[in-house]
Every structure is written in C-alpha cells, then in structure tokens.
Design a protein around this ligand. Structure first.
Ligand code: NCD
Length: 292
C-alpha cells in the first residue's frame, strides 16, 4: 500500500513521472483511468481550493468522488477519527484525501485503512500536493530551477506549505531564502533568512508569499494584518521591472500579502498554480490508486 504523507514518499524519478503525466492534462483533458474507483475527500479543516481541486481531478479521471466536510463537527477524538476512516474504507474507497488540523493524522490513519491516504494538509506539518504543484509551476516559468533562488515570505513557522516547499525545492536544487519577522521564522540553521525583502530582491527568480496563519497563533502576534502588510506585502513598486515570478498557495489576503497590481501582473503565477494543481493531482491520484 502506498500513501502520500510527505513529498519524501516519492523518489525523484516518481516525481518526474508525475510531472510528465500532468503535462498531458494541462488542456483540461478527461479520461477513464479511474473509472469504477471511489475517491473520498475528508476535510476536518476548512478548504475550498484543495478540496475542489481534488474533486475536479478525480472526476476528470472518471472516478466517483464523495467529499465530506466535517470541519464543524470534528473535535479530533481519536476514536471518532478512526471510526470515520474505517467506515470510508469499508465503502471501498481507493484513495482517501485527508486534511486535519493536527500534524501526523494522515500518517496515523494510513496504518488503519486499505485505501491510499493522500495528505491534503496536516497542521503546520506538510502539504505535499501543494509543494508538488508549486515546483511544477516554477519549472514551467523558469525552466531548469537548479541553482535558482526563491524567497518564501511570511508566516513560515506555521505554514505546512512552506515546510513542504522548503523540503522539495531544496531537494530539486533551488536555494530558499526565508523572509519573515523573527516570530514567523522557524529555527532552521541550514536555510538563509532575512528580515527585509529588499535585501533578497536582486537575487531571487521567484517569491512565494504566504497567508498569515492566524488560526494557528496562540495569541495575536500583530495588532492587525495591516501592520504585517507594512513590511511584507509584495507590491508592484517593490518588484519594479525585475524578472521575478510571484506565487501564493491561496487564499490570498488581498492587499496584505500581495497588492492588487501584483495579482493582475503577468508575473503572478497564482492562477497558474490553481490550474496546474488539478493536472498534478490527476497524475498523483492515478498513480496512487492504480498502483495500490
Ligand atoms: C493552504 C493550506 O490550506 O495549507 N492553502 C491551500 O491549500 N491552497 C495555505 C493557507 O491556508 O494559507
């Protein structure tokens, strides 16, 4: 049984194969590769984009898809969670996409089910399909990413997107520079950090902006998001005429993370990420379901 809990569950060759397949889906193609298979999305934490992306991906492969939104009812009582998973498994799911506010839940569930567990985001730990679609998008824009630099900006410490991207992008030869105020920086000796985005601007080929994860802060860190924005908002003025691509996993705090002008700038890859996300998830689902 194969599961996708972090990007390290895949070899480099497997990732290349996923990207080859995903490239063939960029025209919104459909097929019947997963006809007769059942994919269940179970999201214990809110999501619009990731859940719908998995739904669209499953349908385009001809699978049946059921999405359960249990954000409001789930107080992660161990038993309830395992019972829920066991029930889904008993319905004959081939893959179960799980999102949960606690790190490690997909890994634990994978020990109790026959279906492939795909991590749709667990706490601040990992979001492997997001990182995989982000690397795919960066390659599309930059070509060979090896040796190129990217600034990851914002609440890195609380971001599963940052965590998974730091692991994956460095593995594929990118240099990551973390740009954040001290309380948003994790302790990662091996990765360079800067408090001021302007210091990194002339070196990077891309910027990945992150949403401030207020739901994971035990106490308010900024009096308001506009205080954060004063130092870390990516503006067109800041980019100038540099060749820097801008990514964001969404949902974007508009005019806090990125300003309107950046969102409508051709250097923004935000919607390319969403588009590519469906294709990359199609390739991931077909691999994990068919190899199961
Ligand atoms: C992210 C998530 O949920 O981890 N969004 C996403 O999956 N597209 C980032 C976020 O919520 O800020």
């Amino acid at each position: 049984m194969r599961h996708l809990t972090t990007t390290t569950d895949l070899t480099d060759a497997e990732i290349e194969a996923i990207y080859d397949e995903a490239s063939g889906y960029l025209g919104d193609q459909t097929n019947q590769k997963l006809r007769g298979k059942l994919v269940i999305n179970i999201f214990f934490e809110n999501s619009t984009r990731t859940r719908s992306s998995f739904e669209v991906a499953s349908r385009r492969l001809g699978a049946e898809v059921v999405s359960l939104d249990v954000a409001s009812s789930s107080e992660s009582k161990g038993e309830t969670l395992f019972d829920t998973a066991a029930n889904l498994d008993a319905m004959g799911a081939s893959a179960i996409v799980v999102r949960h506010k606690n790190a490690g839940v997909p890994k634990i569930l994978s020990k109790y089910v026959k279906a492939s567990i795909i991590n749709g985001g667990d706490g601040a730990h990992a979001h492997p399909t997001q990182a995989l679609l982000d690397l795919f998008t960066l390659r599309q824009a930059l070509g060979d990413v090896r040796g190129k630099k990217i600034a990851i900006v914002g609440d890195i410490k609380n971001s599963r997107v940052a965590n998974s991207n730091i692991a994956l992008l460095t593995r594929f030869g990118m240099e990551v520079i973390m740009v954040a105020p001290p309380h948003f920086l994790p302790r990662r000796a091996a990765i360079r950090s800067a408090w001021n985005l302007r210091d990194a601007l002339d070196e990077v080929s891309a910027i990945m902006s992150l949403r401030t994860q207020t739901e994971r802060h035990e106490q308010p860190i900024y009096a308001s998001l506009s205080d954060y924005a004063a130092n870390f908002k990516i503006t067109r003025e800041l980019l100038g005429d540099r060749d820097i691509f801008v990514l964001h996993p969404g949902p974007v705090h508009r005019n806090v993370d990125l300003d309107d002008a950046v969102l409508s700038d051709p250097r923004s890859l935000v919607l390319n990420q969403v588009h590519n996300g469906v294709a990359v998830r199609m390739a991931i689902l077909s691999k994990f379901v068919l190899e199961n």
